[in-house]
Design a protein around this ligand. Sequence first.
Ligand SMILES: [Zn+2]
Length: 132
Amino acid sequence: VILPRAVRDALVAHARDAAPGECCGVLVGSAGAIVSAVPARNLSGQPSRFLIDPEDHIQARRAARAAGRDVVGFYHSHPDHPARPSQYDLDHAWPTFAYIIVAVASGKSEAMTVWYLKEDRSAFDEGELNGN
Ligand SMILES: [Zn+2]
């Protein structure tokens, strides 16, 4: 999926701001290209969990539709953890959406990966992030 540099930078900034908590948000665009990211509230009270506020999700979807776009995925951060999906991430993912994970650790450069749930929901396949 194409991820513009400016959006990538925004995801990293959000992840660093939220650390040591997890940030989360909605990815807007079309199939194959993300054009913007909308930060959302993380309703999960637990560490290493994220739960996108459904209101933020609905609002982002409405705004995306009005602009002729759609919600194509979600992002969240892994503070001090690798950019690989957890079992929790697997259990809470939906097919067809792009799941971007931003791993941040203090004093280190970030890592970013994108994942797609297999049709049978058994695991994720890693995708490719391309800048433009
Ligand atoms: Zn995660």
